[in-house]
Design a protein around this ligand. Structure first.
Ligand code: DC
Length: 227
C-alpha cells in the first residue's frame, strides 16, 4: 500500500531540505507545495495584476496551467508549458506570494491541484512526501504520517543568514529575524490554510539538531508506522 508523509512547518524550519533528503533515502516522490503558490504569484506579477485586484488574482487561476515535474527527485514547475523553476524565486514573487497565497479562493484551487498531484503519484504506486503549511491539516489530513517541523525564530534566522551569505547577499541578523517573524505572522494568521499543528502530527524541534539527525528521526517515524 502506498502512503503519504505530510510535513508542515514555518519558513526556515528545514522542511524543504529534509523532505528532499528523506525522499532520496527512501525512494519517495517529494513535493514542495510552495512552488505552486509561487507559480500563481509569478503569473500575477507577469500580468501586472494589482495586489488590490483580488478578482483578477483569483480569475487568473482559471487561465493558467501549472504543472509540477519530478524526475530523479528534482522538482521543476511549469507555467503554461514554460519551465519557471528559477523565476519563482525572484524578489517580486517573494513579495507577492505572501498575499496571493492568503486568498481563500486561490488556496481552494491550489489545494485541488495538490490533491490531484498526490493521488496521481499514489495511483502509480509511489509513496509521497509533501511539504507546505497546511498539508497535515487541510490537504491530506488523512495522511498516514504527519509531521510538524519547527525551530526557534533565532535559529531559523541564523540558517537563513548562512543561506543568503552563500548567495553573496548580506543582510543584518536583525533584518532576517524580523522578516522571519513577519512571515510567521502572515502564515499563522491566514483566514484559510493557516499554519498550525495538527493534533495528531508528530512535533520535531530541529533547533539543536543537524540535518542528518532530523533525517534519521523522520525515517524512524516512517519505518515504525510501516511495521
Ligand atoms: O515554502 P515557500 O516559502 O516556498 O512558500 C511560498 C509561499 O506560499 C509562502 O508565503 C507560504 C505559502 N504556502 C502556503 O500558504 N501553503 C502551502 N502549503 C505552501 C506554501
Amino acid at each position: 500500500m502506498s502512503y503519504i508523509v505530510a510535513i508542515d512547518g514555518p519558513a526556515g524550519s528545514g522542511k524543504g531540505t529534509l523532505t528532499k533528503v528523506v525522499a532520496k533515502e527512501l525512494g519517495l516522490v517529494s513535493i514542495d507545495t510552495g512552488m505552486l503558490y509561487r507559480c500563481h504569484a509569478l503569473a500575477v506579477v507577469r500580468n501586472n495584476i494589482d495586489l488590490d485586484d483580488k478578482e483578477n488574482i483569483i480569475k487568473i487561476m482559471d487561465n493558467i496551467e501549472i504543472k509540477l515535474k519530478n524526475e530523479n527527485n528534482i522538482q521543476t514547475v511549469f507555467l503554461d508549458g514554460e519551465d519557471v523553476t528559477d523565476q519563482i524565486r525572484l524578489p517580486e514573487v517573494n513579495n507577492t506570494v505572501s498575499l496571493t497565497s492568503s486568498i481563500p479562493e486561490v488556496r481552494e484551487k491550489v489545494t485541488e491541484l495538490e490533491r490531484k498531484i498526490g493521488y496521481d503519484w499514489l495511483k502509480e504506486g509511489k509513496n509521497i512526501i509533501m511539504e507546505g503549511r497546511d498539508i497535515t491539516t487541510v490537504v491530506f489530513p488523512e495522511a498516514e504520517i504527519k509531521i510538524y517541523l519547527d525551530a526557534t525564530p533565532v535559529e531559523r534566522a541564523k540558517r537563513r543568514m548562512e543561506q543568503q551569505a552563500r548567495k553573496g547577499i548580506n543582510e543584518t541578523f536583525q533584518e532576517v529575524l524580523e522578516s522571519i517573524m513577519n512571515r510567521d505572522k502572515n502564515d499563522m494568521n491566514k483566514k484559510v490554510g493557516a499554519l498550525k499543528r495538527a493534533p495528531d502530527a508528530i512535533y520535531i524541534d530541529s533547533s539543536n539538531l543537524s540535518i542528518e539527525q532530523v533525517k534519521r528521526k523522520i525515517i524512524n517515524i516512517i519505518e515504525k508506522k510501516q511495521k
